[in-house]
Structures are given as C-alpha cells and as structure tokens.
Design a protein around this ligand. Structure first.
Ligand SMILES: Cc1ncc(COP(=O)(O)O)c(C=O)c1O
Length: 469
C-alpha cells in the first residue's frame, strides 16, 4: 500500500482569515466524507474485511515530530479508518444492543462539536444545561416516572447505574447517620445489595467502583427467562439496595416489578432499576405492560444509545429524589460559582463534559412520543419475524420473544458457533454469541431505527444459509 505523503507547508502558521477559510473547507470535506460513508455503507459487508483492519497499521507508529495538515489527517481517517468500521448504520447489525444514530441526533452531534461547549455549568453553556434538563424530563415522562424525578446524562448505562447507585449509597448511609462522601466506606454501617442471578455485569462493575464490592451481593434465583423470582427474595429493609432489571440483555425479559416493588418499598429498601434498553418499552401502548411497577423504584438507569438511537455515547440516570444524586455528585470550589439554574456537574461524575444532552434532546424531539413507540414496536415485530423464520426452519428459539431480543440455537455449541462465524464472514448482517443458562446461542438484538422488513428478510436468508454450512 502506498504511503500517504504529508503536504507542506505546515498549516498552523496561516493568517487568521485563511485559517477560517481552510477550516470551512475542511468541515465541508468532512461532511462529504461522512455522507459518502453513510451512502456506501449498505453495499459493504457489516464486518470490516481483515485487509481493512490490517491496513490500520498505517495510522499507528510514533507521533510524528512535526504537524500534519488537517486535510491530511482527515484523509488518513477516511481512507483507512472508514473501511475498518463495523457498518452498524445499515440496519443489519444485530450484535450487543446497538442502536443507530437518528438523523437529527447525528446532525446535532455535528453542531455540538462545532459549538465545543463544556456542559459542566449553566454559565459555561446555557444551551447545554437547559436542553439536558429538558431531555431528562422527557425521558422521565416517557417512562411514566413521578414528577420531580431528576437525573444526569452520562456516557452510558454503566455510568448511569454508577450514578444512581451512588445516590442510593448516599441515601441509605445518611439514614444510618453516616456521611459517605466525607468519611468513605471504612467503618460505615453495612448495606445489603440484592440483585437477580441475571444482573447485567455493568451493575456489578458499578458496585465495585463504588467500593461496595463486586462480590458482596445477595443473588436472587431467576426463572427460565432470567426474571428475578419474587417468591425467592431475601429479607429487605431500610439498609438494602434492591437492583431490578427491565430488559435482560439476552432474553429481553423484565423482572416482575409489580409483584416485588410494593413490598420492597414498604420495607424501606432503595429500589434501583437497570433498564438500559427495556424501560423504553414504556413509550409504546402495546409494550408498556412489561414496565408495570418499575415506576415505584427510587432510581433508574437507561441508555440513549440503545433503543432511542441517539448515537454514542449517551446514558441517563434518573433519581426519584434528585437531592441524593446531588449529594453524591456535587463539587464545590471558589471558582466554580453556581447560580440559580441547575448545573450539570452537580449531578454527574464528571466536571468538564461533552454536551451529549443536546443530542438526546434533538433525537427525542425528532421522534416525539409516537416515534419512540414506533421504534419499539417495529424492532420488536422484526425480532418476532426473525424468530418465526428460524423456528419454521427447525432451529430452536430459546427465549420468549417479548421485545427485540432473540436467542437461537443451531444445534450443538460447535454448530451454533460455526454458524455465527460463517454469518459474520458472509457479511449480510452481524450477530454475536452468548451462553444462555448453559446453552450456546446466537443473540439477535434488533435495535436500529433503520432496520427494514427487507433487511430482516435478507438477514434471515443469510442466517439459514450460514446454518446449512
Ligand atoms: C441491561 C443492560 N444494562 C447495562 C448495560 C450497559 O450499558 P452501556 O454499555 O451503555 O454502559 C447494558 C448493555 O448492553 C445492558 O444491556
């Protein structure tokens, strides 16, 4: 491969007017490259070719001693970076729980990058602070949560779980007369954390980060769909954090919140819900039934970059009484002058941060209630269509397809893994693997707004072909 030659002279010493002109030209080129990429993505395999991944070596090596022109940097990225992406925007990426980026959210992300706002304080960016607050309230409303609930826009559900659980930790220890932010956890009164056997590992990681221990949890048995068994709950009291799940990453199943929450609340436990994608089902009149009872919780974590298709990265933490989140997250210094308005940094782990709340606002504004409901309904119906097609061909669907997640076995673990490898190599679509309650399976998560019925049918043909060897 021919090495790219760096142009001269160095651009950094250009006069101001030329700098503006060359920046404008650069941004137009970046927009053109981005559009070329998005327009071409449908025609290429979902997974990048091994050659494209190998060619990334051009972008490695030591930092050059002198500058590289911005045009050359962009050229390198588009020439070598674009082909080494996973084509997740073509509607046929079914791995993990991966949304796409709605046009309005993508366009907002471009504008937000041009604004280069620091969304730490209202005074640093009134627009970022206010739109973030509005977007949080829209999410609260879509989920049917109590008015007054507040929150934070985080990098994802892991940090949303972290933030909400930090609020829980504060509240429970404050109740016991302990100031955890000031005094830490050494010598603190004990807290019991109860999770389902099928808890997502991001909750466990968040507990570790919070000093509460990855292993120091009581695990409640689950049923065949991964739902916490309400009849197997341990003793709960005012020093317990109970972590429920709305949407299992494998099956999509929901813990029976309506059966669990009233008694847990009466016992004084703090109820936290990891609803990284499942809570969005509340937006749909057809699927809302699965989220019944989760509104009784004290805190919730979810993702903008999953079902709502806001683009990476975007998570949301919600806390019924936001004073606990503020107590866990606030930061004071003489130069950080707070005004009347809400300062995002008092509710988030970070101080300086990207204005990702603007992208959330833009995506949700473009969808409206009905648009969010439509994504939930359409992707779930695509999931059912895939499940039906696989079943009809004689393969075993391992889960009840309640929302957008399907687990399928193609026979022995080796047969299933070989099918997945052939499917990924063929490139029409992309699915990953998992082990569900001892059975190796292919995971299908239909999360993209862009997936069409035609994508589903093409993907089904590819899956059946891959299964036949
Ligand atoms: C149920 C659940 N919780 C939490 C997470 C973590 O989300 P993130 O990757 O945005 O941190 C996921 C990711 O798939 C998930 O499915």
């Amino acid at each position: 491969m021919a090495a790219f030659r760096l142009p001269h002279p160095p651009h950094l010493s250009l006069p101001a007017a030329s700098l503006i002109e060359s920046r404008t030209a650069l941004l137009k080129r970046a927009a053109r490259d981005a559009m070329d990429y998005l327009e071409g993505v449908d025609a290429r395999p979902v997974a990048p070719s091994p050659e494209a991944v190998a060619a990334l070596s051009v972008l490695r090596g030591p930092l050059p001693p002198g500058p590289t022109s911005p045009e050359a940097v962009l050229h390198l990225l588009h020439e070598y970076g674009s082909p080494a992406t996973v084509a997740k925007t073509n509607g046929r990426f079914f791995g993990f729980v991966t949304g796409d980026c709605l046009p309005a959210a993508l366009a907002a992300a471009w504008l937000v990058s041009a604004w280069d706002q620091n969304a730490a304080h209202h005074v640093q960016s009134p627009v970022a602070a206010q739109l973030e607050e509005t977007a949080i309230d829209w999410v609260r409303d879509l989920f049917g949560l109590p008015e007054g609930t507040g929150g934070a826009v985080t990098t994802g559900a892991t940090m949303a779980n972290f933030s909400a659980l930090a609020a829980a930790r504060h509240a429970l220890l404050a109740r016991a007369g302990w100031d955890v932010e000031a005094d830490g956890l050494f010598g603190a009164p004990p807290i019991t954390v109860v999770v389902g056997e099928e808890v997502h590992q991001s909750v466990i990681k968040a507990l570790g980060l919070l000093g509460m221990g990855r292993k120091h949890v009581v695990r409640v048995p689950v049923d065949g769909q991964g739902r916490m068994r309400a009849d197997a709950l341990p003793h709960l009291d005012g020093q317990t954090i109970l972590c429920l799940q709305a949407g299992n990453v494998n099956t999509g199943a929901f813990d029976p919140a309506a059966a669990i929450c009233p008694a847990a609340r009466a016992a004084g436990a703090w109820i936290h819900v990891d609803g990284a994608f499942g809570l969005w089902a509340a937006a749909s009149p057809e699927y809302r039934k699965w989220t019944k009872g989760f509104d009784l919780a004290d805190s919730w974590a979810t993702d903008g970059h999953k079902w709502p298709n806001i683009g990476y990265d975007c998570g949301i933490a919600l806390v019924r009484d936001p004073k606990y989140l503020r107590a866990a997250m606030s930061i004071e210094a003489p130069y950080l002058v707070h005004g009347e308005a809400r300062d995002p940094s008092n509710y988030n782990p970070e101080l300086s941060r990207r204005a990702r709340g603007v992208e959330l606002w833009a995506g949700l504004r473009s969808l409206g209630r009905s648009g969010m409901a439509e994504i939930v309904e359409r992707t779930s119906s695509h999931a059912r269509r895939l499940a039906a097609g696989l079943k009809a061909a004689g393969y075993q669907v391992l889960n009840e397809v309640v929302i957008n997640q399907v687990l399928v076995s193609f026979g022995t673990p080796e047969q299933t893994l070989a099918t997945i490898a052939r499917l990924q190599a063929e490139g029409t679509c992309w699915c990953g693997s998992t082990v569900w309650q001892g059975q190796t399976a292919m995971r299908i998560s239909v999360s993209s707004w862009a997936t069409t019925k035609d994508d589903v049918d093409r993907s089904l043909v590819a899956m059946l072909k891959a299964a036949q060897g």
